[in-house]
Design a protein around this ligand. Structure first.
Ligand SMILES: Nc1ncnc2c1ncn2[C@@H]1O[C@H](COP(=O)(O)OP(=O)(O)OP(=O)(O)O)[C@@H](O)[C@H]1O
Ligand SMILES: CC(=O)N[C@H]1[C@@H]2OC[C@@H](O2)[C@@H](O)[C@@H]1O[C@H](C)C(=O)O
Length: 380
């Protein structure tokens, strides 16, 4: 197993993602040599219980202490029980759960001990994907863009396109598939677009005890407040040039903006606010892309998708339109990045995180507890 990781041929990896929505853990299998996608395998999901979610919420924004330890235990247990169902792989890519992200000041924190998982599962684990990039001056996020580049090649795209992820936070990757490698200047541009589902989920949780606006039903009944959208776009984040990234709770003021609105108007306005961030972000693309392919849970919200189709200056479709799985794309991304970590290939570059030069982040832990830190500077 170990030799297959260091050779050049394809290996089978499972990646996991526990995202900012705090709904659960996704796991998905991918076969790749670290460059090309050779094929997709099965996937799985382990939901967090309501009490586990409460523990995770308590941990958000914390860098250390009892709340972080409690959240870590929840994250590790959930991953362990899910990954026990994926024993037939060469490598695990374990993202962990982001609790706090402030790359310019405190750093970035993804909890969950990959070395302990490697030991418990008897399989090498690539993890701690973001901190090397941050240590070298990058944003540490987003990291899926190198995988989006491989997806663009996989679907045989010939014109520039955008992958849009609508999770708790939104992020876009502009890909020019005419380049050979993702780290070549011009191949990619990636950044977080703004809040996506997180403010909407938080509003519905606090007002109505709902996890999210299923099918956009609540927003559909409301009117968008253009003042709320305008307020968002005045935030200093939108004046910044990309690459740039966000923490889940970077816009706490949003709650006050919609406090006086009815539930339906507030939901409609928060849905529009996510879309406005994307539209604003698209202005940074070097040229209008041929299309926007949407991944992440927001693509299940028809109101959000209709607003996007109305406001984005090119066709918009869920990634399923090209045969990809939008519920598992991030988990697949961390399977892909795990193989790149194992092989010393770049996982980020100036155009994706703002780091000075391509970085191979991540740590590779073996079941025998020998840890090999990623080489930092990527092989090309
Ligand atoms: N049927 C649906 N209708 C409306 N919204 C939905 C639906 N399904 C999912 N969502 C939204 O998508 C969210 C989950 O998205 P996703 O799983 O992509 O987030 P994540 O991976 O946790 O976040 P991130 O990408 O920011 O880390 C839900 O919390 C909800 O807001
Ligand atoms: C710090 C962190 O965990 N960021 C997440 C978050 O969720 C979406 C967006 O913000 C993106 O920047 C990133 O996740 C995806 C998987 C990424 O790194 O590409």
């Amino acid at each position: 197993m170990k030799r297959s990781l260091t050779k050049t041929g394809p290996v089978t990896a499972v990646g996991t993602m526990s995202g900012t929505s705090l709904d659960g853990v996704d796991a998905a299998v991918l076969r790749t040599d670290g460059h090309r996608i050779e094929g997709f395998g099965r996937s799985g999901y382990r939901a967090y219980t309501a009490s586990e979610q409460a523990v995770l919420r308590e941990g958000l924004g914390q860098w250390s202490g009892a709340r972080v330890l409690a959240a870590t235990a929840v994250v590790e247990q959930a991953h362990l029980s899910l990954l026990e169902q994926f024993q037939d792989v060469d490598l695990i890519g374990f993202h962990g759960q982001t609790l706090a992200h402030a790359p310019r000041t405190c750093g970035t924190l993804q909890v969950g001990d990959g070395a302990a998982l490697a030991q418990a599962l008897g399989c090498p684990v690539a993890w701690d994907f973001r901190s090397m990039d941050v240590a070298q001056g990058g944003e540490g996020a987003p990291l899926a863009p190198f995988f989006h580049f491989a997806c663009a090649k996989y679907i045989k795209a010939t014109a520039p396109l955008v992958f849009l992820n609508l999770g708790g936070v939104g992020n876009i990757t502009y890909v020019d598939p005419n380049f050979e490698r993702p780290e070549e200047p011009g191949a990619l541009l990636a950044f977080d677009t703004g809040p996506a589902n997180a403010p909407l989920n938080d509003l519905l949780q606090s007002r109505l005890g709902l996890a999210f606006d299923e099918g956009g039903k609540i927003a559909r009944a409301g009117q968008v407040s253009s003042a709320v959208v305008a307020q968002l776009l005045q935030h200093r984040y939108f004046a910044k040039k990309p690459p740039k990234s966000l923490d889940r709770n970077d816009f706490p003021e949003i709650t006050n903006w919609v406090a006086q609105l009815s539930d339906a108007d507030a939901a409609a306005s928060l849905t529009a606010l996510c879309v406005a961030g994307v539209v604003e972000g698209m202005r940074h693309c070097p040229q209008t892309p041929s299309r926007v392919l949407v991944t992440g849970g927001g693509r299940h919200n028809p109101v959000m998708m209709e607003m996007l189709a109305r406001d984005v200056p090119c066709p918009v479709a869920p990634v399923e339109a090209v045969g990809l799985d939008g519920d598992m794309l991030e988990a697949q991304a961390f399977a892909y990045l795990a193989v790149r970590v194992a092989r010393g290939l770049a996982t980020s570059c100036p155009a994706t995180t703002g780091v000075g030069s391509p970085v191979s982040g991540g740590t590779l832990s073996w079941p025998d507890e020998t840890e090999v830190a990623g080489p930092g500077v990527a092989d090309t």
